[in-house]
Design a protein around this ligand. Structure first.
Ligand code: MEV
Length: 449
């Protein structure tokens, strides 16, 4: 163990070229493997590889994920083909199937409720909290004036700083304060813009404390702690919904009638609103759809995940993000989520597949992309619950699982067909499939002589 640790330490890894980094990893950790195993995933062109390498640091390989599409997604009357990047089998199939189901029942509706983002400057200040009301108006003007050059372009695009408040955080420390700044960031996710403005505000705050004539001597001590956007975006929210008369909610092959299906579906959603253990899994299903679109379009899925789960726990208990109601014999299912997404800036143009994904969607603006991602989350959630309250999730899942196992065993097309037929209605396991395939291959060898 000690030997392994010494061998595994290095200074200046980042300064090595990619081949050297690979070689060092092979020598220190990957006995028996070859550099080919990294090279296999290299991009076809030097230019593309350069683009990918520029996204991150210490790169040694690319990590490909499947890029699929869900067709027939009708949102507010427009039909989209939704790009989805996800490694889990059944997700794209489920989204596609839900999209098709709702396409013949009026489609999805989606609306953006608000698009405000937040950022914070945290600081320690020697003044009294009561002084804030008198000092804030001039300070605010000073901050805006000092950053006018930085905000002008964003303002021309319809964004900018929308206002700020000055909070006291005595629970942290009697001298702890925060500037909470509200932003509009137009079609960009806006992280760079927000952080640039916040850091400029931090600098200006220090200057203000040192020089402002409004301040008394004992109000001049100000220490910046940090300036950073907040990924909590409860005011950057979109709602997606479907509705349909119960009588039209038939689920072919599920063995339940429409009314029974709706009753069971509503109970499943209500369980997820009340029980956090179920809510987390329920919301995971929602995020299967949302994350796949977020990734495909080059957006920040960690930011979205963090925001969504904070939102799900808004009233102090973690709950399902979707809700279901039946009113006057009409089924209503809706999802409300915070989604801080961008269609310009960041990776959206830099990653060639994100660029292609946005082209597939007809170059939506940020609000349209919020609608598309939320609808995909709702579609995914609908498909998961539809399976859960009828056939169970494993039936569909296992079909996909079987195909993955067959791929890993390098099954030929006829082998695939025969194995799929055999496992129809039987329990799928890696071991079972391998055994069956081995037998099949032995049999074939025997026949072929
Ligand atoms: C699996 O990735 C997602 C589900 O567990 C979601 C759910 O249970 O609602 C099927």
């Amino acid at each position: 163990m000690a030997q392994q640790q010494d061998k595994g330490r290095i200074n200046g890894f980042s300064k090595l070229g990619k081949q050297q980094r690979r070689q060092w990893l092979l020598d220190a950790f990957l006995a028996g493997r070859t550099t080919e195993e990294f090279r296999y995933f290299d991009a076809g062109s030097q230019d593309l590889q350069q683009v990918l390498d520029n996204f991150s640091e210490n790169t040694v390989a690319n990590f490909p994920l499947p890029f699929g599409v869900a067709p027939n997604v009708v949102i507010n009357g427009t039909t989209y083909v939704v790009p989805m990047v996800i490694e889990e089998s059944s997700v794209v199939a489920a989204a596609s199937s839900a999209a098709k189901y709702w396409a013949t029942r009026g489609g999805f509706r989606a609306e953006v409720i608000a698009t405000e983002k937040l950022g914070q400057v945290h600081f320690r200040w020697s003044g009294r909290p009561e002084r804030r009301a008198a000092l804030l108006p001039a300070l605010e003007q000073r901050l805006y004036a000092a950053t006018a050059g930085l905000t002008a372009r964003m303002e021309a695009r319809g964004g900018g700083v929308r206002g700020l408040s000055w909070k006291h955080l005595p629970a942290v420390h009697p001298q702890c304060y925060q500037l909470l700044v509200r932003f509009g960031t137009a079609d960009s996710m806006g992280a760079n813009f927000i952080n640039t403005i916040l850091e400029a505000y931090a600098g200006e705050l220090e200057l203000w404390a040192a020089t402002s004539e409004e301040l008394t001597a004992d109000e001049r001590e100000l220490e910046i702690i940090m300036a950073i956007l907040s990924n909590h975006t409860p005011n950057c929210v979109v709602r997606a919904a479907v509705s349909c008369p119960i009588e039209a909610m038939n689920i072919p092959g599920a063995g339940v009638d429409a009314a029974d299906f709706v009753r069971r579906f509503q109970l499943a959603v209500d369980i997820a609103r009340q029980d956090p253990y179920r809510a987390v899994t329920h919301n995971k299903g929602v995020m299967n759809g949302i994350d796949a679109v977020v990734l495909a379009t080059g957006n920040d899925f960690r930011a979205v995940e963090a925001a969504v789960h904070a939102f799900a726990a808004e009233d102090g208990q973690y709950r399902s993000l979707s809700r279901c109601r039946v009113v006057d014999e009409v089924f209503h299912f809706e999802l409300t989520v915070p989604l801080a997404l961008g269609t310009v800036g960041g990776l959206t143009r830099l990653h060639p597949l994100a660029d292609l994904a946005l082209d597939l969607l007809g170059r939506p603006n940020a609000e349209e992309l919020m609608c598309i991602a939320a609808v995909t989350g709702l579609a995914q959630n609908f498909a998961a619950l539809r399976s859960l309250v009828t056939t169970g999730i494993q039936r569909g899942h296992m079909k996909m699982h079987l195909q993955n196992i067959l791929s890993s065993l390098e099954a030929t097309v006829p082998e695939r067909q025969q194995t799929t037929d055999f496992f129809n209605g039987r329990t799928v396991s890696h071991h079972g499939v391998r055994q069956y395939l081995e037998k099949l291959r032995e049999e074939m060898e025997r026949i072929e002589g």
